[in-house]
Design a protein around this ligand. Structure first.
Ligand SMILES: [Zn+2]
Length: 154
């Protein structure tokens, strides 16, 4: 899958120069959070550089970089937050299809080491028979702010 999101590559180039964690940064959280989906141990952030429309991230409130450090209580809360997030994205994007992904470890392609589970709704393709040079090329049209607004008003 190739992705065109105009600010993503510039962000990836500059992120490694930072010495703090975006997902522990109160300003980032305030800017990107979907408050209605927040759980006891996990928050939900709208991805600022989304892979596709509707890209949300489930992020533990504690700074955790390895799955082995997630406590039983946090796993349990993840289940609740994930199911609720899937439900509301399904309503907004009128789909029962989703992709879930985590990038774990230094060679996985992740940008931020703080654990986060990506969820992307996959509505039916407009023209599944189409095959051309743009096949499987996704243009992200919805900004994270537009997504936040739609979810807040759903
Ligand atoms: Zn962090």
């Amino acid at each position: 899958m190739r992705i065109l999101e105009q600010n993503r590559s510039a962000y990836k180039r500059t992120y490694r120069q930072k010495d703090h964690c975006d997902f522990c940064d109160a300003k980032v959280i305030q800017d990107q959070q979907i408050k209605r989906l927040e759980g006891k141990f996990w928050r939900v952030l709208a991805c600022k550089y989304p892979y596709m429309n509707g890209n949300l991230m489930l992020v533990p409130k504690r700074h955790i970089t390895q799955m082995e450090k997630v406590t039983p209580g946090e796993w349990s809360d993840l289940q609740i937050v994930l199911l609720q997030t899937q439900k509301i994205l399904g309503r907004l994007f009128k789909t029962k299809s989703f992709n879930l992904a985590m990038n774990l470890g230094p060679f996985s392609g992740g940008t931020i080491p703080h654990l986060h589970l990506m969820i992307v709704p996959r509505p039916k393709k407009i023209n599944p028979a189409a095959f051309n040079v743009f096949h499987d090329f996704h243009l992200v049209q919805m900004s994270y702010k537009e997504l936040q607004n739609k979810l807040d008003n759903l």
